[in-house]
Design a protein. Structure first.
Length: 236
């Protein structure tokens, strides 16, 4: 089966990249825990201010809590950006490999493995379409060369977790930016902490997705060339 335009003739191992992405996702989880703890502590102080408006949140423990929360947010952002860059590199490599394994099941070109993340609104769907093609192409065929499928449970959980986390974060940040009164700020801080908890879950699911796809591609590459088009089509 001919490879897609710009694809090589042999797959490149994503193993090294997958371990690096996994390590950075671990940093994301740690930063999420950091910012959740700092956020909940800050929320408790704002609730005290809401109950007793004579307290000054901008001095003493309140000021230190604000500074800690700001630091946690900076660490979280840095961890997310570093992870996003390396994840996209890994994602693009696995998409290139998928073109070699089984070009016929690819719904979008390799460039969308990068560009799809940056298109407003469409980034809630395009990367999933790319990932679905990667998943299907990475499945090791039957010993007789026949086509087989593997449930996309891991893929769907990862993508669902990512989308829910992204939407929850946007809602939480919007409420935080609109909050003015102490109780409003305390409520917004709780919502932000909940969104950060969802981000943590999404990061864990991303680890599962990365490790699963990497393992599948290793097995697929070891199996040898893709079956002939006629045989592949007969088993779909």
């Amino acid at each position: 089966m001919p490879a897609g335009r710009g694809a090589g003739t042999r797959p490149r191992s994503p193993v090294g990249l997958s371990w690096a992405v996994t390590a950075l996702l671990g940093c994301v989880v740690a930063s999420d825990l950091f910012v959740i703890g700092a956020g909940l502590h800050l929320r408790s102080l704002w609730e005290e201010v809401a109950a007793d408006e004579t307290l000054n949140i901008y001095a003493g423990p309140g000021l230190r809590a604000q500074e800690l929360h700001d630091l946690a947010g900076t660490v979280q952002t840095a961890a997310f950006l570093a992870t996003a860059v390396l994840f996209i590199v890994w994602f693009h490599r696995t998409r290139r490999n998928a073109e070699i394994f089984e070009a016929g099941v690819q719904r979008m070109g390799p460039g969308w493995a990068v560009g799809g993340w940056f298109v407003p609104v469409a980034n809630l769907w395009f990367p999933y379409r790319v990932a679905a093609g990667i998943w299907e192409a990475s499945v090791r065929p039957h010993p007789d060369g026949g086509w087989r499928t593997v449930p996309k449970t891991v893929l769907n959980l990862w993508w669902g977790g990512w989308v829910v986390s992204l939407l929850a974060s946007r809602i939480a940040v919007g409420q935080w930016n609109r909050a003015r009164e102490p109780q409003q700020i305390a409520d917004a801080a709780a919502l932000v902490a909940a969104a950060d908890a969802l981000d943590l879950v999404a990061a864990v699911l991303a680890v599962l997705f990365v490790r699963t796809v990497t393992r599948m591609q290793g097995e697929r590459a070891a199996h040898g060339p893709a079956p002939a088009p006629a045989l592949s089509g007969a088993h779909r």
